[in-house]
Write a protein that binds this ligand. Structure first.
Ligand code: HEC
Length: 506
């Protein structure tokens, strides 16, 4: 057993052996840099601000400001500069940061900056940079590591290859969806590679099968993130991981471009599509402005305990938008009494809701997200015609000539058709965002830079959706949805309100 484990560990070390080879001293310096921990038992203290308040360095490690990659930050006024040793030490000329100008650093100059907050020209560093109380040994470790920091590469970044990863089921109910996403990803990466890749690197995709249950999916995720050495994750299909995914990515700093999990947004996850909440709020805007519903005319109804929190969040957002909404109602077969009902839940429950309303002789206007309830439409009774309004993140009217050509090319090369079109568009958008951000960060790529570049993407024209925009606190590319009315029998669809970003999104 022990030997097996050792063997297995040995194997997994082999696959990540591309990571930087550090001496014991440099390793200790890395721990200090990233976690604020000393080599011995003593605690490292950081003195902070003008008042010199003492806090453990583990609360404020260097990496928390300068980044794991040491590249510093672009936003803000006084910003942590890049700690690239090349920049700090090589050559005789003056260098600049935050309006200071100073000659090259050497080891003792670095120690003075870190411990006393003074640069090689004798300038006082801004008090936003703490002063650290370090033993000589710790300072030596730190310096040794800082000299190597510039060579440190995130997993998946090799000389001629950039490795991406995803989880796609090969069997079970999501197998067909998995096949489609795989085809779109392979096709997109192949197109990029034919043009020479990105920044001189070929893009490679590692696909693992999450299997059928939480256990197998968790193992696949851990393997993808810890052993396969992937730089970022793109468009995985593993809904059973929804509760785990964000924490797993955050712990390792791995960015993901794809759908927001049901547990909510995460700083590491960039989603081309709008959140459910924003989609439903767009419907409410139409209910008021287009259909003239009075301020007390809406009620929030949900099916599945899973949706309860979201339903309450929706009610609060509606209140903020000027609606007066009674307590949210769990649907258990009864017919709600309201002029308009905003519904959260799956398609089957939506069908049951219309039946309960039919039986009670009530016919309110119904509002829901197409992604949740579209499956129920073919079975709706004809009296619901023009009374059901659905939120769609994009409609074929968004497709430009270029967008259509891209889809047609994909279909032809990969043998796909219009089935799973929204999954295709979703995946194409994710790839578009990823490649745009990768191009921007250049060859010296780190995960932290990728996250910052994704945050900086604005008004990205996909040719298939409304323009996508992100920001420091914004992780969903669209802030709202188109409103589409459903005519029955059919169903037939007519857009009644175009996508307009909700006003109060950053
Ligand atoms: C709370 C945020 C924060 C932490 C933690 C932090 N720094 Fe800084 N650091 C800064 C800021 C802000 C500056 C810019 C100060 C200025 O330009 O006046 C800076 C400047 C520096 C400089 C000067 C670079 C130059 O170009 O002159 C060095 C060197 C440095 N930090 C190293 C470190 C090291 C090593 C650690 C960990 C032991 C660390 N910093 C921790 C915020 C931080």
């Amino acid at each position: 057993m022990g030997r097996l484990l050792a063997l297995w560990l040995g194997l997994s070390l082999c696959t990540t052996a591309l990571a930087l080879d550090l001496t014991a001293q440099e390793q200790a310096g890395k721990r200090l840099y990233r976690e604020g921990l000393a080599s011995g038992d003593a605690q490292v203290v950081a003195r902070v601000g003008v008042s010199d308040m003492s806090v453990p360095a583990s609360v404020l490690p260097c990496a928390s400001c300068h980044g794991n990659d040491g590249k510093g930050r672009a936003e803000g006024g006084v910003r942590p500069p890049s700690l690239d040793w090349q920049r700090l030490s090589v050559g005789a000329g003056e260098r600049q940061a935050n309006g200071r100008s100073y000659p090259a650093y050497d080891a003792s100059g670095l120690a003075r900056a870190v411990q006393q907050g003074i640069d090689p020209a004798g300038n006082r560093l801004d008090p936003a940079m703490p002063r650290f109380v370090l033993s000589q040994a710790d300072q030596r470790n730190l310096t040794a590591y800082l000299k190597r920091l510039g060579e440190e590469r995130d997993p998946g970044v090799e000389d001629s290859v950039l490795r991406l990863g995803t989880l796609l089921p090969g069997s079970g109910p999501l197998a067909e969806a998995g096949r489609v996403v795989r085809a779109v990803l392979n096709d997109g990466l192949e197109q990029l590679n034919q043009q020479g890749g990105i920044n001189g690197r070929r893009l490679q995709l590692v696909v693992l099968d999450p299997g059928a249950d939480l256990g197998s999916a968790s193992r696949a995720l851990d393997r993808l993130l810890d052993q396969e050495g992937v730089f970022a994750v793109v468009s995985p299909l593993a809904p059973m991981l929804d509760e785990r995914l964000a924490a797993a990515l955050e712990r390792r700093g791995v960015p993901l471009i794809g759908s927001t999990p049901r547990s909510g947004p995460s700083p590491q996850i960039f989603d081309p599509m709008p959140g459910l909440l924003e989609q439903l709020l767009s419907l409410a805007v139409h209910a008021r402005d287009g259909l003239g519903l009075p301020a007390d005319g809406l009620r929030v109804v949900y099916a599945d305990a899973e949706q309860a929190t979201l339903a309450e969040q929706l009610r609060q957002r509606l209140q903020q938008a000027g609606w007066s909404v009674p307590a949210v109602q769990a649907f258990t077969g009864q017919a709600p009494d309201a002029q308009g009902v905003v519904f959260l839940g799956h398609a089957h429950a939506f069908g049951q809701l219309t039946q309960a309303l039919n039986a009670a002789g009530r016919a309110p206007l119904l509002f829901a997200a197409a992604s949740q309830v579209a499956g129920s439409l073919p079975n709706l009774a004809p009296q619901w015609s023009q009374r059901v309004f659905l939120a769609y993140p994009f409609v074929p009217g968004d497709w430009t000539e270029q967008g259509r050509a891209r889809l047609a090319g994909l279909h032809q090369r990969q043998g796909l058709d219009a089935r799973q079109a929204s999954l295709q568009v979703n995946t194409l958008c994710a790839l578009r965002l990823l490649s745009e951000a990768l191009k921007q960060i250049g060859r010296d790529a780190s995960r932290e830079q990728l996250v910052r570049a994704l945050e900086g993407l604005h008004d990205i024209d996909t040719g298939l959706t409304p323009a996508l925009s992100f920001g420091p606190g914004r992780r969903q590319g669209m802030a709202g949805a188109h409103v589409v009315a459903v005519a029955l029998p059919g169903p037939r669809f007519a857009e009644v309100a175009p996508y307009r970003p909700l006003p109060d999104t950053p």
